[in-house]
Design a protein around this ligand. Structure first.
Ligand SMILES: O=C(O)CCC(=O)C(=O)O
Length: 258
């Protein structure tokens, strides 16, 4: 696989581009099994952040995200810190992503986050329009690009992502995570959004400035996905001054045997 100039031109113009099926059958099955095993507590990762799905579609009512496993269940909404898991780290360091991030970022690449996002069967939370940047993220340099990989079919009925193509060109719309109504009326007027449906194993590259959102899952199948926000390896936390987990280049993490 190669990130080509045609894809790059699409990404630059529209703020997203389809990267194709990065995961084949065996690779997909491995990540599916692994995330289920993490949810079921078969591996112990007390430092990872876990959030249960609250069973309520309303974003405002969802449980908080805190470190540590919250019980053996597949009803998690979000798990962050997956770079600690060798199987997920291995995927994050896929040679294709190395080439892609060299093109977009450079040699030294870290991550803001490596996050599992789930819409459990017949559940899920509405995630309102947002960009993945802003002072609230606490990074001295806004993250550049997210690779979002579907681990199950992501279609309208399972709560696929929606995006407003071209909305990255507005720059930072709000320093808060969710823009205000009047900002959305200007930058995401109804009718401009598209459904970003994806097959299981397919990856999509998103500009972090692009407005995106997702809905709930009305089907009996989960909608699991893995989202990696890559950024310049020199980025520092504005809160602690510390750097972030390195994925490529100087100081890159090495997957430990599991
Ligand atoms: O998976 C989703 O529904 C949303 C993901 C998202 O917002 C992200 O990856 O930044």
């Amino acid at each position: 696989m190669e990130y080509n100039e045609e894809q790059h031109a699409h990404f630059t113009e529209h703020g997203y581009v389809r990267l194709g099926k990065v995961l084949d059958g065996a690779g997909l099955a491995e990540l599916q099994r692994r995330i289920d095993a993490i949810m079921l507590g078969e591996f112990s990762y007390p430092e990872m952040d876990f959030q249960l799905d609250g069973g309520d579609a309303d974003y405002a009512k969802m449980p908080t995200v805190t470190p540590g496993h919250k019980g053996a269940t597949l009803q998690y909404r979000k798990i962050m810190g997956l770079e600690r898991d060798p199987v997920f780290l291995g995927y994050m360091q896929h040679p294709f992503f190395r080439q892609l991030t060299q093109r977009l970022i450079g040699e030294d690449v870290s991550i803001f986050r490596a996050m599992f996002m789930n819409k459990p069967a017949e559940r899920g939370t509405v995630l309102p329009w947002h960009q993945d940047v802003g002072v609230g993220w606490g990074v001295d340099n806004n993250p550049t690009a997210t690779v979002w990989t579907a681990l199950d079919p992501a279609v309208v009925a399972t709560g696929c992502m929606q995006v407003v193509p071209g909305s990255h060109k507005h720059g930072v719309i709000s320093e808060r995570h969710f823009p205000a109504e009047e900002q959305l009326a200007e930058c995401a007027p109804p009718g401009l959004e598209i459904d970003l449906e994806a097959e299981a194993g397919e990856a999509i590259l998103l500009n972090n400035l692009m407005l995106h959102r997702s809905g709930v899952n009305s089907t009996e199948q989960s909608r699991r996905a893995f989202s990696i926000a890559y950024m310049d390896g020199a980025s520092r936390s504005t809160r602690t001054g510390e750097g972030y987990p390195m994925i490529f280049g100087d100081g890159a993490l090495v997957p430990a045997l599991s």
